[in-house]
Design a protein around this ligand. Structure first.
Ligand SMILES: [Zn+2]
Length: 149
């Protein structure tokens, strides 16, 4: 275990978790979420932390392809999505959906948003989002410290 209720699915992710480029706020949120899940019988498994823009582009392109989008729009959209991804900027972590006792994933997402608002000036943006594109998972994100990005 990396922390109570928090673990990685492969060794390379443990190195990324320790990398000083990883957002300290994001680490704090994940440690809180891991403990929250452990109290409810669950474990939060991290499946992806840092990704290159190229990897992100390939993932987005694959999702758009599955959705039936035609070239060349597919490449343009994938490029835009890859450029806006927080994974290459060390500000996002993906986890599996934890199995919880007496609580729901919606409870976890809601409490995370109350405790760690992504940006008080943009309440629409959340620290935890459920993504289904590449397989059902939770996407955790933190804003950069300093000016709004
Ligand atoms: Zn993600």
């Amino acid at each position: 275990m990396i922390a109570p209720g928090l673990d990685v699915t492969r060794p390379g992710l443990a190195d990324q978790w320790s990398d000083e480029q990883l957002s300290p706020k994001l680490k704090l949120i994940l440690m809180w979420a891991g403990a929250w899940c452990q109290e409810r019988g669950g474990v939060l498994w991290m499946t992806s932390i840092w990704r290159s823009v190229k990897e992100e582009f390939d993932i987005q392109r694959m999702i758009l392809e599955r959705q039936g989008m035609a070239e060349p729009e597919r490449s343009l959209c994938a490029r835009r999505l890859a450029d806006s991804s927080l994974h290459p900027r060390w500000r996002a972590i993906d986890t599996r959906i934890p199995l919880l006792i007496g609580a729901s994933i919606a409870d976890l997402m809601e409490e995370a948003a109350e405790k760690y608002p992504y940006d008080p000036l943009r309440p629409r943006l959340r620290p935890c989002i459920r993504h289904i594109g590449t397989g059902d998972h939770l996407h955790w994100q933190a804003m950069a410290s300093g000016p709004t990005v």
